[in-house]
Write a protein that binds this ligand. Structure first.
Ligand SMILES: [Zn+2]
Length: 67
């Protein structure tokens, strides 16, 4: 089936029987991101998570050193 990216409006074709196609057929509101946008958004999210985790770990480490 043909799906349109919510962010950049590029049209991709995905396997009719894949999980995302089933979800998109059931709920038409659902966002679809093309590979490019998915990578961009995914990288941003991962970077943010990595920063958060790094902070968490360094805080814990500091506390441990004091104990
Ligand atoms: Zn896109």
């Amino acid at each position: 089936m043909q799906v349109k990216c919510t962010i950049c409006d590029s049209v991709e074709s995905i396997d009719d029987h894949c999980f995302e196609a089933k979800r998109l057929r059931n709920k038409r509101i659902l966002m679809h991101l093309c590979q490019t946008c998915y990578n961009r958004v995914g990288k941003k999210t991962l970077a943010r998570h990595a920063t958060g985790k790094f902070r968490l770990y360094s805080e814990k480490k500091t506390v441990d050193e004091f104990i």
